[in-house]
Design a protein around this ligand. Sequence first.
Ligand SMILES: Nc1ncnc2c1ncn2[C@@H]1O[C@H](COP(=O)(O)OP(=O)(O)OP(=O)(O)O)[C@@H](O)[C@H]1O
Ligand SMILES: [Mg+2]
Length: 381
Amino acid sequence: MSAARRSPRFDVDHLIDDPRTHVIVCCGSGGVGKTTTAAALGLRAAERGRQVVVLTIDPARRLAQAMGLTELDNSPREVPGITAPEGGRLDAMMLDMKRTFDEVVEAHTTPERARQILANPFYQALSSSFAGTQEYMAMEKLGQLRRRGQWDLIVVDTPPSRSALDFLDAPERLGSFLDGRLIRLLGGPVRAGGRAYRAFFQAGFNVVTGAMTKVLGGDLLKDVQTFVNALDTMFGGFRERAEQTYALLQRPETAFVVVAAPEPDALREASYFVDRLSEDGMPLAGLALNRIHQDGPGGIGEEQAIAGAERLEATGGHDLTAALLRLHADRLAAAARDRRAGDRFAAAHPDVPVTRVPALAVDVSDLDGLRQIGDLLSTGG
Ligand SMILES: Nc1ncnc2c1ncn2[C@@H]1O[C@H](COP(=O)(O)OP(=O)(O)OP(=O)(O)O)[C@@H](O)[C@H]1O
Ligand SMILES: [Mg+2]
């Protein structure tokens, strides 16, 4: 057996206490604990004296309630019940994707134009369900919060995408789509009615909008035309905006925390993501391995436990003890699996600092639970 590689320790408190850290982005694949980690880091930073806002995306209902997020009003509110020293403060909000899109429109055009756009069915479908909109709007919101300048630390949760990379790719993709030649072509016939143009337009339309037509129905064409024409007069371009926020993510004041479960799929995603951050010059702070199984108290090893259970099962009469021994063996096996998964990551990325957070027995749905996760993040598990 090769010697286990140890990753450098991810010193979470050093990161959140550093006054140069202004943005923390929690990324990772679906369901690994991004929202929990973002909320726990925000709470911990506030209770250590920083002025923090946490931008959460689709938090579980009970967690949202615990943070005082009972309304989806798209702006931060102070979280009640925290015990921060002088100067410390925690605000939190849930991202309302559609409302954020509406705000962008309203901020860049006349009230009359804004009304037309907001009422447009194509716009409504785009702003509430188009793939990538949530990622785009999370970045947009981050940009807005940053410009407000009210907080010295912004902790950002990312949408529940299958792949962590979507957070980085989707805004550019959506921006290109909205700024792109094709959508301008879709808007074309209103401005240029020539037959050749129309034929070309029709071809492009057929290729790309098959899926959208299903969602939007037959009036799509007219809606898109009016939408695009309104967009034309509106502002400097969605792509440009996406690029600006992207640039914020490359600044040294930003720190990415990659969250992963100790499972091959999640760690593979985390690996891709770590590589991508370094390619794009984005600052990675470390990896949080979340929900790891622990060995528990030492003593009986896995093989011993299984052998013991088998002996008891053969003689009979000690069913409960045998079941407990099997449970113990399962737990040790799970802990060993998690350790191996972590070791493989460490071998591939020996320089990435890692912290380990054990799986708690219950869901994290109140401030005390978040504090506990914060402690575990900081001690490394
Ligand atoms: N260390 C932990 N111990 C126990 N439960 C945890 C832990 N971390 C997260 N959870 C629970 O796991 C569930 C998923 O966590 P969370 O919502 O933070 O994941 P997510 O990555 O944000 O998911 P999504 O991709 O759907 O947004 C939640 O119910 C949360 O309470
Ligand atoms: Mg989440």
